[in-house]
Design a protein around this ligand. Structure first.
Ligand code: HEC
Length: 466
């Protein structure tokens, strides 16, 4: 289907789609995380008669109200841009998910109603009808979560269509349960929920830390912000530890359902981005562990952090050893054990020592919050880039695909996975007799590739794995 594609006057098309989606998604995730947290905090505050929790929860909603309109307006930019720039993708994809898209619009309307009229405007008026007020907050949160659920289902389909073909422009489908409940949907959804809680709370804690620094003349306020920044920071830190487990399951599904994307992340063209993401996580974990160790003597947090870091260590060891330190797997395992073990030892040796009031620690918390935010951004970037040039995995390519991207995809699909665990392995093959090797592999492994495809594979390997 040759629908006309609009070209961008400046910057490549992908830069625009990244920019437009990034203008909306951080705001939407922040609002959704705040909306889910607010009624819970308000409830705990009511039970414990702790006005600080009420104030924190209220400030989340107040800030969500400020962000709500720009977030929603920027969201409408996404389909507008896609309709012009990726028209075939949009017509086919929106056609497959027409009814979920309509229903998410109703969820959105209900969310606005509950949030604004039921929850935000009534905070004072219903101060002695807390249960009713909290119920409104829960209703708003559930609606917001349902909106996110629909989008994560549609986004999940783009990575793992699960055998459901993208219908043609002229084949209205409207709704497909198999496409909606596609294999990666539950993983994407939970990864996003916990990731949102974690990054939003760490970032909020970091921003509150800066606020705390400026309040020397107002001791009341300072006490509140000191409490709020630590509360957010600790909960964000603890939420993070669900991520390696969910992420592991998510990666497994991608490996099974979208192997080319998996190879792209694990050693292929988006592995540098993925590595930076892991580096940001490490930075956040180091700052948070050291800071919280100084701040709190209590055993509960020490055990929680030890458990979390233990899970991380287990996940790193379940993963095949990396070759960053040379070919020795043992060396790798020893070094990662020491690197993750050190903060655990630190926690138990240094509990309650040091001075968390130093200004540089407030700045460090802010840096950790920003690192958590960029971790989240890079996650989305890696997900979209890994399946490039496909827009929907195995179903449709983007209009601006280059020959190189198409050839790379073909090589990953044809060669990596069978015996090469990662695209990097192609570098380790010293003979480099690609014309001969590909011809013999095609024959011996009975590959179903055409002559033209064989040529493309050889050309790509010669150029990129010389
Ligand atoms: C059906 C599985 C399968 C597919 C698909 C496949 N190979 Fe192989 N390949 C093998 C096996 C089995 C061997 C021999 C055992 C070994 O050395 O690992 C091998 C050996 C090789 C070797 C030499 C061993 C080494 O050092 O890695 C190279 C290079 C190679 N393949 C490249 C390719 C390329 C390039 C493609 C894509 C055109 C490809 N293979 C597709 C199964 C496969």
């Amino acid at each position: 289907m040759d629908l006309p594609v609009i070209d961008t006057p400046v910057f490549p098309r992908w830069v625009w789609i990244e920019e437009i989606t990034y203008s909306h998604i951080p705001i939407a995730t922040l609002v959704t995380a705040y909306m889910l947290l607010a009624p819970v905090l308000e409830y705990i505050g009511m039970r414990r008669k702790d006005p600080r929790l009420d104030r924190l929860s209220r400030s989340f909603i107040w800030f969500s109200m400020i962000l709500f309109s720009p977030g929603a307006a920027l969201g409408t930019g996404i389909p507008v841009y896609i309709i012009g720039a990726y028209p075939e993708f949009w017509s086919r994809w929106a056609n497959l998910f027409f009814w979920p898209l309509v229903v998410q619009f109703l969820f959105f309307l209900a969310e606005v109603g509950f949030l604004f009229f039921g929850y935000y405007l009534t905070w004072d008026r219903w101060s002695n009808r807390k249960r009713l007020h909290i119920t409104m907050g829960v209703a708003a949160a559930v609606m917001g979560l349902l909106v996110q659920t629909v989008w994560d289902a549609l986004g999940g389909y783009m990575m793992t269509p699960g055998g459901v073909a993208l219908p043609g422009v002229d084949q209205p489908v409207g709704w497909s349960a198999a496409a909606f409940f596609n294999p990666s949907f539950p993983y994407l959804l939970t990864h996003r929920i916990f990731g949102n809680f974690s990054y939003v709370l760490l970032l909020t804690g970091g921003v509150f830390a800066l606020r705390y620094m400026t309040l020397d003349k107002k001791p009341e306020e300072k006490r509140y912000f000191g409490w709020a920044c630590n509360f957010c920071f600790v909960t964000g830190f603890l939420f993070f530890f669900a991520m390696p487990i969910i992420g592991w399951g998510y990666a497994k599904v991608i490996q099974a359902e979208a192997p080319v994307a998996f190879h792209a992340i694990m050693g292929g063209h988006v592995s540098p981005h993925f590595t930076v993401k892991m580096g940001l996580i490490a930075l956040m974990l180091v700052i948070a562990t050291v800071y919280l160790t100084m701040r709190y003597r209590g055993r509960a947090l020490a055990w929680a952090a030890t458990g979390g870091l233990g899970v991380l260590l287990a996940v790193v060891h379940l993963h095949p050893p990396l070759d960053w330190l040379g070919p020795s797997a043992v060396l790798w395992r020893v070094v990662v054990t020491v690197v993750i073990g050190a903060p655990i030892a630190w926690i138990w040796l240094m509990r309650g020592r040091g001075d968390p009031e130093l200004k540089r620690w407030q700045w460090a918390m802010f840096v950790a919050g920003v690192a958590a935010f960029f971790t989240f951004c890079l996650g989305g970037f890696v997900r979209e880039r890994s399946k490039s040039p496909d827009t929907v995995y195995g179903q449709i390519v983007k209009p601006e695909l280059t020959q190189m991207e198409a050839d790379r995809y073909l090589v990953y699909k044809t060669c990596v996975g069978c015996h090469h665990r990662s695209p990097k392995d192609l570098d380790r093959y010293d003979a480099k007799d690609w014309s001969k090797r590909v011809a013999s592999e095609r024959r011996d492994r009975k590959l179903t590739i055409s002559d033209a495809e064989t040529e493309r594979i050889i050309r790509y390997l010669k150029e990129h794995h010389p």
